[in-house]
Design a protein around this ligand. Structure first.
Ligand SMILES: *Cc1c(COP(=O)(O)O)cnc(C)c1O
Length: 419
């Protein structure tokens, strides 16, 4: 049986769904096939671990447990309490944090709670500008953040694409923000947490670490941890961590109550207790040697991808990577980011177009592509396979579409099953 057949059978086997809703069952079977036949390089995607999936589909999915362990608004919460306490304890240990809140439904809602815990509407916040890789929750006018706070953006230097802490300090002194946000969605280098802390102290601002993209690397000790430096750390349990979609907040014991109240009741109602259970499983898995080995392959693979793409004529931003991310300028190849994304997607290579700092192209086109190695590392790819994937992308971008490339992508995808 091929991987594609296996993916289809997996969904055919969901008998209750097939009987109740054949239309949706067909959709999911087709999605399983699409997934099994392509190689996933979108930076935020991964393969959720089977143990986490089991917890997500487990009995806590039905439990209403508004509030916190020992302080619930509903009856029958003793076991839900035990599951949440397990998640909290494991998160505190994994990240060496005094306090953890495991209830945010997403990293964006965790950002909302972090702001709510520390700020008032109208406060000035200094964060990475969206053009330079800040997330929507760092001041987009289309997002609550840009409507409720007064955002000032810092960026990266034009010549080496690295964060310029001197610029951050200058802007902090000029605008006296109430909080500084460090972290973004496409910055491939480690952040200087002590440097950000020093600037925050100089202007008496809070430091918020926005690390959804690299939470897994921090858990595994592969990226430096912001926890000793930041007042509040905003993390994600999906992406590299391979847990359920969701957010996580880490902070000092002193801020614990403010952070907890900012999640419930300020910005959320009852937590999804099945997700909380899934987070507990993900935190335990992230502490294993197998997880460390997966992270090692993810980072090593990203380096290999960057090198091969550079050899093909693309320009990796910052000249390389410390993480699972590669952001590369494809304009030297005569393509826009959107064209590169489409050409790769047609061959089963899923990656994302992106606008680069100082990008002259319209945002909808972008001059860059962004790749992440989390999902393929979870499927078992190592350095030599990542180098081959990079070479396939390089050939597509330089020589144009070629059916041989699509066939090789499907072969690789079949050799490394999704689950
Ligand atoms: C992915 C990401 C987010 C958004 O996460 P959601 O869970 O989709 O809300 C926010 N900030 C950063 C830095 C991210 O990488």
């Amino acid at each position: 049986m091929t991987v594609t057949d296996a993916a289809q059978v997996h969904w055919e086997a969901a008998a209750a769904l097939r009987q109740a809703d054949p239309q949706l069952a067909d959709l999911l079977a087709a999605e399983a096939v699409r997934r099994a036949e392509s190689l996933q390089l979108l930076a935020g995607e991964n393969v959720t671990s089977p143990a986490v999936l089991a917890a997500l589909g487990g009995p806590l999915i039905d439990k209403y447990a508004e509030g916190y362990p020992g302080r619930r608004h509903h009856a029958g919460c003793a076991l839900a309490d035990a599951a949440e306490l397990l998640a909290i304890d494991r998160a505190r240990q994994l990240f060496a944090a005094e306090h953890a809140n495991v209830q945010p439904r997403s990293a964006t809602s965790a950002m909302l709670a972090a702001y709510a815990a520390l700020l008032r509407p109208g406060d000035v916040v200094l964060a990475m500008s969206l053009q330079h890789g800040g997330h929507l929750s760092c001041g987009s006018r289309a997002n609550f953040s840009g409507r409720w706070f007064d955002f000032i953006g810092y960026g990266v230097r034009e010549d080496d694409q690295l964060i310029d802490l001197d610029q951050v300090r200058e802007l902090a002194r000029l605008h006296r923000p109430k909080a500084i946000v460090a972290g973004g969605i496409s910055y491939p280098r480690h952040l200087d947490w002590a440097g950000f802390r020093k600037i925050a102290d100089e202007v008496d601002a809070y430091l918020i670490a926005s690390v959804a993209q690299i939470t897994g690397l921090i858990a595994g000790g592969v990226a430096p941890s912001p926890v000793p430096y930041a007042d509040v750390t905003v993390a994600a349990t999906h992406k590299l961590l391979r847990g359920p979609r969701g957010g996580l907040l880490l902070c000092s014991a002193e801020l614990a109550e403010r952070v907890d109240r900012a999640v419930f009741p300020f910005s959320q109602g009852g937590a999804a207790m099945n997700e909380v259970a899934g987070k507990a499983v993900a935190f335990a898995e992230a502490a294993t040697a197998a997880f460390a080995e997966y992270l090692h392959r993810a980072v090593d693979g990203a380096r290999a991808l960057g090198e091969v793409l550079a050899a093909a004529g693309a320009r990796p931003q910052t000249g390389g990577t410390d993480t699972h991310l590669v952001t590369a300028d494809v304009s030297p190849l005569g393509l826009s980011g959107r064209e590169a994304e489409q050409r790769c997607a047609a061959a089963g290579l899923m990656l994302g177009k992106c606008a680069l700092p100082y990008d002259p192209a319209p945002a909808a086109e972008g001059s860059g592509i962004r790749l992440g190695t989390g999902a393929l590392a979870a499927q078992g790819l190592g350095r030599s396979e990542f180098a081959e994937v990079g070479a396939l992308i390089g050939r597509l971008l330089t020589d144009g579409p070629d059916p041989v490339i699509g066939a090789r992508v499907r072969e690789l995808a079949a050799a490394f099953g999704v689950r």
